[in-house]
Structure formats: structure tokens, C-alpha cells
Design a protein around this ligand. Structure first.
Ligand SMILES: Nc1ncnc2c1ncn2[C@@H]1O[C@H](COP(=O)(O)OP(=O)(O)O)[C@@H](O)[C@H]1O
Ligand SMILES: [Mg+2]
Length: 609
């Protein structure tokens, strides 16, 4: 609703950086455990498939050793065929299991991302308005879309490969110890060094992954704002400035990625080195064992292939570990989002709002966006059902803030808002807001067809109901004249409609919603006097029978209100009906006189006498 102010003119300061330190591994492991448990069925099957595939992989090295020692040395050509058949069967099993595994886990991972996104989107929608004031919407988009993507590695192939790799390495390690424990300890020592290096690298990389997600969110945040305010960007020729801002973010992103690549490269090089050193050790120690006759050629061959089987998963762990680190970083950011309480966090303790007759009372309401600087200082008012309450006062006096409180967007710091005598703090917001209607100055039209925009208020409305609402809003005429009538797509924020048309659409929508309480915040302020005249009639029909809070600059709108409240600096300075307030000769009188003067000036050019 607000938000677009200063779209690209540098009005928004630098990107907001929410720095926080990454949580310890304990928290991360606990959360991963939750995710893993949610998907345990598929992960379990995945692990079994992996075990089958790994067991099948053990057949070939064992057979090769057997070939050398028993078939060749023992001169048993009759064993050749069964041996080859065993290897072949093992290969078929391994390939089948591998296929099923990646299929299963690929889908499982995407399913996890899918449900995570749904959950996050739902969470974001229910965050209080203040959150949206403080966070660029693009950042929230990035959380839902990109950060959720990261858990792919946690629920999918990554974790199964990790567990499977460790299990295989463990089993093979035992076999190797049994075959030749001295040699095995030497190789295992090397792998341990590599493992330690990996652990260090991953701990270093985790904050970088975290930063990366944050940077990505910031870039998305700024970019959505800039695109939303593209007219302002162009009008102020701010394209190069925006490009520079984008470049700064993109370069930060690039440098994060460069660092992580360096990390991988070091680990990769280290891995290759470990393999090389093990090979040298094997030649040296194994060769001696062969010469001394303590090991047969077949045994050494089998041994070497088993070493490869043990080393491969350990080296793989480095790569998988990085993916997991990325997943953890995503989870970190997701956790921050989830930790923000939604508006309905305490819904269980509230009761559903019954159908209201529309009495609204504010008792000594104090509220400030920053609690130390109240915007409203103890405002009290009482609207009887069906009354129209006009709020007037200088810009910044707190009119919009007052109606935001009535709409439940913010909570009073002290005092209370009563609806038909019930405290809003004890009512469920969703059931209350279903009885609210609102027409604002702008930003009320979504991209979609004219029909979609009306149905938004009441999805089940019939075409007759749509026609009736549009008619009453003085919108039916122009809707029928649109290129495709009700099916015309109106563009983002309704850019393809004129201001007056947008307003009449918003009024039709509010009519369709049939609210008990109506808020009109500067609904006609952006219109020229001709459109305003058209909209006025529609607004009068909309107001009929509903408690209405109307904020308007033009005092003509206000004349007929049941009560006029004049706000000044967050306090109600005057209240009464039009004539009383005029007679009182206070602030209202001054505002009125200035307006009348303006009206007289309206057809004169600036500077004309
Ligand atoms: N979302 C917000 N966050 C912080 N301050 C705000 C916010 N909205 C309004 N304000 C401040 O609150 C005061 C009252 O604003 P507002 O209620 O919009 O006034 P009005 O509608 O009467 O012009 C102003 O000083 C304004 O700067
Ligand atoms: Mg306002």
C-alpha cells in the first residue's frame, strides 16, 4: 500500500542488512533431524537401495582377487564363466539400484522443497504489516524461492550419499583391517587428515553461503522495487545509478561464489594428493609384502580396489558436505523467517468475530511505529452502526495510522479498540477482516482480468452480482467498453486503467465484499474533479448502511459526515458536525477556508492574479 514511495529516486537507503551470527551446529543438526524425520520413509528406502548398490559394487574387486589367486594360480578355467556371470549380475543390480535411487531421491528432494515453499509462503502472508514495512518484499520472495531450494541437498541425494558413503567406508575399513591392519592404519591416517581439512573448510564456508543467500535476497529486493517504480526511475534518469547499485550487489555475490569455489578447489586438490600418497604407500608397503610372500598378488589387488572403495566416499563427503553446508545456510535463513511471529500466532486464544452491526469504539488508543515516539496520543472515538466518520487534519497527523489500527494492521500500545463492544485484541483477525472493506488512494488493482479483480473480494460471486456491483460503482459502462470487457487484463497495479477507473473498480470490489465497516483513505484524492464527481456517487452508494471511516482532503466529501474528527499531531483537536466546526472557528475552519480559497483558484493558472 505504501512502499512505492520514491520508487527509484534513491529514496530507499542502502540495502538493509540483517546481520546475525549463524547458530551452532547443534541447532543445525536438530533441524536437519526434523527434516530427515519428515522424509524418513523415502530416505530409508534410499539407504537400502544404496546399500544394495554398494554391496553389488564389492563383487567386482573380490572377484578380481579371486581370479588371480584361485582361477589363474589354481588353473581352474571352469570357474571363469561363473565368475564373469557374478560380476555381470552385480553390475546389473548396481545400475538398477542406482537408477531407482536417484529417481526416488530427486523426487523426494523436490517434494521437500515444494512443501517448504508452501509453508514459507503461507507464513509470509500472515506476517504483520509492520514486517512488510521493514523488509523489502523481494527479500521475502527470495527466501521462499531460493532458500527453500537449498534443502534439496539435505533431503535428497546428499544425505543418503553421505550416510551410505560413511557406512561403506566403515564396512570396507573393517575388511581392510582384517586383510592388512598396518597398511590400513596408514591409509586411514591419511584420510583422517583429509577429513579434518574438510571439516575446517566447511566451517569456514558456512558463513559465506549464508552471506550469499542474504546478498541474493537484497539484490532481488532492490530489483523488484526498481522494476515496480520503473516510471520514476526513467523519469529521473536514474538507470545508471540503479545499474551501479545492482553491480555492487552482483559483485558481492560473485566474490562469495569465488571464495566458495576456491574452497572446493583446495579440497579437490587435497583429495587428489591423498589418493596419490595412498598409492605410493600401497606400492611401497604392498610391494614389500609381496616380495616377502606375506601377501599374494590377488590379495594385494583386492586390497587396492577396496582401498579405492573406502577412499571414494570419503572424498565424496567433501563435495556432499559443501552441498549440505549450503542447505544449512538456507535453513538458517528460513529459521529466521519462521521465527517471526505471524498475526494469527495467538489465534487459538481469540474467538471468531460474529457478524457485526458496526459499532466501533476507540478508547484512549496510544500507538507509535516506534513505541518511544507515539503517533497517536490517546485517541477516543465512537462510531454508531452505519455512521460516517470523517477524519481530517494536516498530512502526517495520524489519519492513516488510525484506520490501520481499526483494520487490525497494528496493535495499540495502550487503550482498546472495541467492535460491537468486543475488544479487537480478543477477536480472530481473519473473521473480523472479512467484514472490512477498504478503498485506498492507489495500488488496489492486481494484474489479472477485471473480473478476477472483483472476484478477489468474493470468489463465489455470480456474473449478476458482478454486474450489479459494477453498476452501483459506476464502473459497468467503462468495463463494457474495454477491449475484452470483463476479461480485459489490466496490467500490474492496474496500469492500463485511468485513476478514476481503478478507483471505481476498487469501489465495485468493496461493494461485492459487502463489508460492515468501510475504510476510505484518500479514495478520491488522486482524481481530477470530473472523475471525482463520478466516484462520489458510487462512494455514497457504497457507504450506505455501513460504518464508514473516510479520510479525504476535499472537504466537500466530508460535509455530510455524521461526525468529523479533526486530527492534529496525533490528537483529536476538534470534533463535531460540519456547521458546528465551522462556527467554532478552529483548525477545521482554517482548513475549510484554505480549501475554499483553493477551489476559487482552481481555474486560474499559477501566478495569475
Ligand atoms: N509504516 C510506518 N512506519 C513508521 N512511521 C510511519 C509509518 N507510517 C506512518 N508513519 C509516521 O506516522 C505519522 C502519521 O502518519 P499517517 O498516519 O500516515 O498520517 P496521515 O495519514 O494523517 O497523513 C507520520 O509522522 C508518519 O511519518
Ligand atoms: Mg494518510
Amino acid at each position: 500500500m505504501r512502499g512505492m514511495g520514491g520508487g527509484g529516486g534513491g529514496g530507499h537507503g542502502g540495502p538493509r542488512r540483517e546481520k546475525s551470527k549463524p547458530p551452532g551446529w547443534g541447532v543445525v543438526l536438530r533441524e536437519s533431524a526434523v527434516l530427515v524425520r519428515q522424509h524418513r520413509g523415502r530416505l530409508g528406502v534410499g539407504l537400502i537401495l544404496l546399500a544394495v548398490s554398494r554391496a553389488a559394487a564389492l563383487v567386482a574387486p573380490a572377484s578380481a582377487g579371486w581370479l588371480l589367486d584361485h582361477v589363474v594360480a589354481g588353473k581352474r578355467p571352469d570357474l571363469l564363466l561363473p565368475l564373469a556371470a557374478a560380476v555381470l549380475v552385480a553390475a546389473v543390480v548396481q545400475s538398477g539400484a542406482g537408477y531407482a535411487l536417484s529417481q526416488l531421491l530427486g523426487v523426494a528432494a523436490q517434494r521437500a522443497i515444494h512443501s517448504m515453499r508452501l509453508e514459507l509462503h503461507w507464513h509470509v502472508l500472515r506476517l504483520p504489516v509492520a514486517r512488510f514495512d521493514a523488509t523489502q518484499s523481494g527479500q521475502l520472495v527470495s527466501r521462499v524461492m531460493n532458500d527453500a531450494e537449498g534443502i534439496r541437498n539435505l533431503v535428497g541425494n546428499g544425505i543418503v550419499q553421505l550416510v551410505g558413503g560413511l557406512l561403506t567406508a566403515g564396512v570396507v575399513f573393517v575388511i581392510l583391517l582384517w586383510l592388512n591392519w598396518q597398511l590400513t592404519l596408514a591409509v586411514a591416517g591419511l584420510l583422517a587428515v583429509f577429513g579434518a581439512a574438510t571439516a575446517i573448510a566447511l566451517t569456514r564456508l558456512r558463513p559465506i553461503f549464508r552471506e550469499r543467500g542474504q546478498t541474493q535476497a537484497e539484490i532481488t529486493g532492490r530489483m523488484t522495487q526498481v522494476l515496480g517504480g520503473i516510471r520514476a526511475v526513467k523519469a529521473y534518469a536514474a538507470e545508471t545509478r540503479e545499474q551501479d547499485a545492482f553491480r555492487a550487489g552482483a559483485e558481492r555475490l560473485f566474490s562469495h561464489i569465488r571464495t566458495t569455489i576456491t574452497g572446493f578447489s583446495v579440497l579437490g586438490a587435497l583429495g587428489t594428493l591423498v589418493v596419490g600418497i595412498s598409492a605410493a604407500v600401497l606400492i611401497l608397503v604392498g610391494g614389500q609384502a609381496l616380495l616377502a610372500g606375506t601377501m599374494s598378488a590377488g590379495q594385494l589387488f583386492t586390497y587396492v580396489m577396496y582401498v579405492a572403495l573406502m577412499t571414494a566416499p570419503v572424498l565424496q563427503i567433501a563435495a556432499i558436505g559443501t552441498q549440505m553446508t549450503e542447505a544449512f545456510a538456507g535453513l538458517d535463513r528460513i529459521r529466521e523467517l519462521r521465527a517471526q511471529a505471524t498475526e494469527d500466532a495467538d489465534a487459538a486464544g481469540r474467538s471468531a468475530c460474529p457478524r457485526l452491526s458496526g459499532a466501533v469504539e476507540l478508547r484512549e488508543v496510544v500507538f507509535g511505529y516506534n513505541p518511544e515516539r507515539p503517533v497517536l496520543h490517546g485517541v477516543s472515538l465512537r462510531a454508531e452502526p452505519g455512521q460516517t466518520i470523517a477524519l481530517v487534519g494536516p498530512s502526517g497527523s495520524g489519519k492513516t495510522t488510525l484506520v490501520s489500527l481499526i483494520m487490525g494492521f497494528h496493535r495499540p500500545q495502550s487503550g482498546a479498540i472495541l467492535l460491537d463492544g468486543a475488544d479487537l485484541a480478543g477477536l480472530r483477525l481473519d473473521s473480523y477482516r472479512r467484514q472490512l472493506g477498504v478503498v485506498l488512494q492507489d495500488n488496489v488493482v492486481f494484474d489479472g482480468t477485471v473480473r478476477d479483480n472483483l472476484l478477489f473480494a468474493r470468489p463465489e460471486a455470480t456474473q449478476d452480482a458482478l454486474d450489479a456491483a459494477a453498476e452501483a460503482a459506476a464502473a459497468l459502462g467503462f468495463i463494457r467498453e474495454l477491449e475484452k470487457g470483463w476479461d480485459t487484463v489490466v496490467g500490474e497495479r492496474g496500469v492500463k486503467l485511468s485513476g478514476g477507473q481503478r478507483q471505481r473498480l476498487a469501489i465495485a470490489r468493496a461493494l461485492l465484499a459487502d463489508p460492515r465497516i468501510l475504510v476510505l483513505d484518500e479514495a478520491t484524492s488522486a482524481l481530477d474533479s470530473e472523475s471525482e464527481a463520478e466516484v462520489q456517487g458510487a462512494l455514497a452508494r457504497l457507504r450506505h448502511g455501513r460504518t464508514t471511516f473516510v479520510i479525504a482532503h476535499r472537504l466537500s466529501t466530508i460535509r455530510s459526515a455524521d461526525q468529523i474528527l479533526v486530527l492534529e499531531g496525533g490528537r483529536i483537536a476538534e470534533r463535531g458536525r460540519h456547521d458546528e466546526l465551522l462556527a467554532g472557528g478552529g483548525l477545521y475552519r482554517r482548513l475549510h477556508d484554505r480549501q475554499s480559497g483553493l477551489a476559487a483558484e482552481l481555474f486560474r493558472n499559477p501566478g495569475e492574479a
